[in-house]
Design a protein around this ligand. Structure first.
Ligand SMILES: [Zn+2]
Length: 481
């Protein structure tokens, strides 16, 4: 959509901005031309639900070098916002493809007399390259296709402890993926299995949840000794995107048909809420299976008004159960610098009765724990810091890794890691891998009576030896990661 000055006809000139949001997870309703320097932007409401207008994601091109503009996002459906605390939109462009947050000093959030005293977020921007396409978004996008690409790559690694299944399809026939991560030997054993169930992106605009979820998955499938122990003792089931249509469409909170799926856990319909229906069926089914003990259900979200990572839990009459429920968040607080136990709360609000946490909290027995894990759209405060640290894609993923690691502490599997504490010999191996490789090479040359050495020859000799190719090299690849 080209936004030219009113009354102008003919092909757009350079500097007549061309806006576009017709791409995956894109969202922009329409744009009003105010002046050559100022534009009012309207967020397209969620499909079939005009109440929600928060997520935006659009591109701008046909700009002039050094063109300065002010964009006013004028129809947010929420008034309370982290924009008051310094949050800013993210931007990237063709020549700078890494997302960055705009400087907070260029962002203003205020009640605007021109827009019926609605809250308006205005930001100033200076375009600096003629040919670049600029993209602006509410937060770092994480699309359905990105997830499919990521899961496809994982699947091609043929890891014995990872299984990907299609648990169902969305209304628009997108995949509802389910990952199972556990050591296959563990599945064959007779004793009862501990199971941890994780879901994310029921609310499609909450893209940070996907980075957290990917952090969990990346860690659990890694060669990290803690991940190996967890796979030996726990079954992880992960649904990384509960609302793929909503994510694809660029909605903030709802599915294609305008439902907030996190209010329909009590009675999901197979045709109106098929993804939720499939996940609920699976959980109910597993809960009846005497061979598994469903111990955790964690639903990952992003929060638009609070800082840090934190959790919501349920309220119980039984004080001892309340205390037990607080254990995991306490442990997570020790492992994750951005996780706040003081922001963590336990409630039974009527409005949250249809959420996964509340519904499953009532369904599962008293040895199961159901939480919502929230992470701020904006930033976190660490213990010693005075200023908030804005989240990046990487720090969202780090929170995911720390969530996964916390299960080790929770299940007191720490003593098992003792087996993995290196012996003095292994220490030399870990700390001086190149030196050890050369030693091996020296030994091989000596044994074979080879006098002339070359790096290629060295590599061939070493790589062929089973002790090196099967034991040493995999360890090295981990060290270099
Ligand atoms: Zn949410």
């Amino acid at each position: 959509m080209t936004v030219s000055p009113p009354g102008f006809s003919g092909p757009p000139r350079k500097g007549h901005l061309v806006f576009d949001a017709c791409f995956e997870s894109g969202n922009l309703g329409h744009v009003d031309y105010i002046s050559d320097f100022e534009f009012d932007l309207f967020i397209r409401p969620d499909t079939c639900n005009p109440r929600f207008r928060v997520w935006f994601n659009f591109t701008v091109e046909n700009v002039r070098e050094t063109q300065r503009v002010i964009f006013n996002v004028v129809n947010f459906s929420k008034t309370k916002s982290l924009y008051r605390d310094g949050m800013s939109p993210v931007v990237k462009s063709t020549s700078r493809p890494k997302w960055q947050r705009l400087p907070p000093k260029n962002v203003y959030y205020y009640r605007c007399p021109d827009h019926r005293r609605n809250y308006v977020m205005s930001f100033a921007f200076c375009f600096d390259r003629d040919d670049d396409v600029y993209q602006f978004a509410y937060c770092y996008p994480y699309t359905y296709s990105r997830l499919q690409h990521y899961l496809g790559n994982l699947e091609r690694r043929n890891l014995p402890y990872l299984k990907r299944e299609q648990l169902g399809l969305s209304v628009q026939q997108r995949r509802l993926d389910l990952l199972t991560i556990t050591n296959p030997d563990h599945l064959n054993q007779e004793r009862e299995k501990k199971l941890v169930f994780l879901t994310s992106r029921v609310h499609p605009g909450e893209s940070p949840a996907s980075f957290v979820c990917q952090g969990v998955i990346d860690f659990l499938v890694s060669q990290h000794p803690v991940a190996q122990i967890l796979r030996d003792h726990v079954i992880f089931k992960i649904v990384p995107m509960l609302n793929p249509d909503g994510v694809y469409l660029g909605n903030y909170r709802c599915s294609l048909m305008g439902f907030d799926l996190n209010r329909h856990w009590q009675d999901p319909s197979p045709w109106a809420h098929p993804t939720l229906h499939a996940v609920k069926q699976l959980i109910v089914h597993m809960n009846q299976d005497p061979r598994v003990s469903l111990e955790f259900y964690i639903d990952v979200h992003a929060h638009s008004t609070m800082l840090n990572g934190f959790m919501y839990g349920n309220v119980f009459e039984d004080e001892e159960r309340v205390q037990r429920q607080a254990v995991f968040p306490r442990l997570l607080c020790q492992n994750a610098p951005d996780f706040s136990f003081s922001n963590t709360s336990f409630n039974r609000d009527v409005v949250k009765a249809g959420t996964g946490r509340r519904f499953l909290g009532g369904l599962l027995d008293d040895t199961s724990y159901c939480y919502t894990l929230e992470v701020s759209f904006y930033s976190y405060m660490t213990a010693g810091s005075s200023a908030p640290v804005p989240y990046t894609e990487d720090t969202y993923m780090r929170l995911g890794r720390n969530v996964a690691r916390t299960f080790l502490d929770y299940y007191k599997l720490n003593n098992l890691t003792k087996d993995n504490i290196p012996t003095p010999f292994q220490n030399i191996l870990y700390n001086n891998p190149i030196y050890v490789l050369f030693l091996c090479y020296g030994a091989v040359c000596h044994l074979k009576g080879i006098k002339e050495a070359s790096i290629t020859h060295w590599w061939e000799c070493c790589a062929k030896h089973p002790a090196i190719s099967q034991v040493l090299l995999p360890k090295l690849s981990y060290l270099f990661k």
